[in-house]
Design a protein around this ligand. Structure first.
Ligand code: NAD
Length: 454
């Protein structure tokens, strides 16, 4: 690993990543290679956890292709020195912010969207002019292998390289001195990454998880709410970091909402006998998720097929804050449904938990939308939808507090791998004497006047 980093350090110091055209060429090449090998990508992910071609394209490859196109079209604008207003005290001068690549970056991916979560940060890093080592999650071993094969056979390892492996290999990588570490994964491992980065003062982006609430008001449009909510929760068998983790619904419509979600699930393709229903990634996660099902509260589902590693869409209703399913992030197809009477009480209760990665409210009432936005702190979210904010790459994506540090997608991704170098470019035509000796009260009066500080 040290050798890989040394190669990348030499490559970076050669200045070859500084040229915008060479960054674009790498991005175009990446897109072409992925397009040419789409079938291999589909087969690998299906072998890993039965994710269908439809889901893989719409929730992974489409985002990757979009990020590449976005970076290619906007790179010149993102990288352009930014003109900044100069203050009176420094006149005559020009002020600029120059974007420069941070250097050699390490990207550690999670397993649930294995292509997207490794490659989208890599696209941002390449666009910013960093070299990249990707360490994909080891759990979906076929997707990790196909990414390693496609990238390591086609790119200069000095610019872009995939290092496969689990905890020992990641630990080895974390012991090296990187210029940027971008991590996607769980809160406990995020803390390990942060501690390792601190030893070298390496800047980090941490994309973590948490319990993301969906609040359903009595002023929502029930049918569309149930449709959007069910899709967002059970997509990828609930293994989505921004899936609604639990629902909290107004008591007057709770029964109706449960019935509407049941009906949506029946109409959908989220069935364990569907060959395209996504599996739980491994036995350890299967055991963890299935243990969260409380049979006394089962309103739908609860079928755990150990042979196929599938769990049917499961509704727990009425759930309570003390339930097993309400203690940690679920990260599986189980939806606890809690009930509230006053929105303010619901918001107050949610606020006692750590900041979630996402939060959602379904309501037509403006005052409720305002309360939600004003009172809750969370990474990002949607009003009257769930998950779909990730599909707008103009919105920076990331957490706050326990759900993460920093953000990416679009320009935010470029910025995450860049340093903003602030430069004051002073003119030399004249030099006022105000700051120089001998000092005097008249000079002080003038300084106060010029600075307008009273
Ligand atoms: P994880 O933390 O177990 O693993 C993530 C990565 O860290 C993997 O590459 C793994 O090899 C490595 N790793 C695991 N243990 C390690 C250790 N002890 N030392 C060093 N490296 C280690 O997370 P996961 O199970 O892959 O993903 C699930 C979690 O990720 C959930 O909490 C989910 O919410 C979160 N997530 C967040 C986002 C986001 O964008 N914010 C996206 C997807 C998943």
């Amino acid at each position: 690993m040290q050798q890989v980093l040394d190669t990348q350090r030499d490559f970076f110091c050669s200045g070859r990543t500084k040229d915008l055209d060479s960054r674009k060429k790498v991005l175009i090449k990446l897109k072409n290679i992925l397009k040419l090998n789409e079938q291999a990508l589909y087969e690998a992910i299906y072998q890993d956890f039965k994710k269908s071609e439809f889901d893989t394209y719409s929730s992974e490859l489409a985002l990757i292709y979009h990020d590449i196109e976005d970076a290619i079209s906007n790179l010149k604008r993102w990288a352009k020195p930014q003109k900044i207003k100069t203050n009176w005290a420094n006149m005559p001068a020009k002020s600029r912010i120059y974007k420069e690549p941070l250097g050699c970056s390490l990207i550690i991916g999670a397993w649930n969207y294995p292509y997207q979560l490794s490659l989208c940060p890599a696209i941002a890093a390449i666009a910013a002019g960093c070299t990249v080592v990707i360490k994909p999650s080891e759990l979906p071993k076929n997707t990790s292998a196909v990414m390693a094969k496609l990238i390591n056979n086609n790119f200069d390892p000095g610019f872009l390289y995939v290092a496969e492996g689990g905890i020992p290999e990641t630990t080895e990588l974390l012991n090296l001195k990187w210029d940027k570490i971008f991590f996607t994964g769980s809160v406990p491992v995020g803390k390990i990454v942060y501690a390792a980065a601190a030893k070298n003062l390496t800047p980090v982006t941490l994309e973590l998880g948490g319990k993301s609430p969906a609040i359903i008001s009595q002023h929502c449009k029930l049918d569309i709410t149930a449709k959007r909510l069910s899709w967002a929760k059970f997509l990828n068998a609930g293994q989505t970091c921004i899936a609604p983790d639990y629902v909290i619904v107004h008591s007057s419509i709770a029964d109706k909402l449960v019935a509407a979600i049941q009906s949506e699930i029946e109409k959908s393709s989220y069935h364990t006998d569907n060959q395209n229903y996504v599996q739980i990634i491994d036995q350890k996660n299967f055991d963890r998720v299935s243990r969260l099902i409380d049979n006394n509260k089962l309103a739908l589902g609860g079928i755990c097929d150990i042979q196929n590693r599938t769990i049917s869409p499961t509704l727990l209703y009425p759930a309570s804050w003390e339930d097993k399913s309400m203690q940690d992030e679920i990260f599986g197809p189980i939806l606890p449904i809690l009930v509230y009477d006053k929105l303010d009480d619901a918001l107050k209760r949610i606020k006692t938990l750590t900041h979630p990665l996402s939060a959602y409210i379904f309501t037509e009432k403006s005052s409720e939308k305002r309360s939600f936005l004003k009172q809750l702190s969370f990474g990002g979210g949607s009003i009257n939808d769930a998950v779909m904010h990730i599909a707008n790459s103009n919105l920076p994506f990331g957490g706050v507090g326990n759900s993460g540090i920093g953000s990416y997608h679009g320009k935010a991704g470029f910025d995450a791998f860049s340093h903003s170098k602030s430069i004051l470019h002073k003119g030399t035509l004249f030099e006022p004497n105000l700051k120089y000796s001998p000092i005097s009260n008249t000079k002080l009066t003038w300084i106060k006047r010029l600075l307008k500080l009273g």
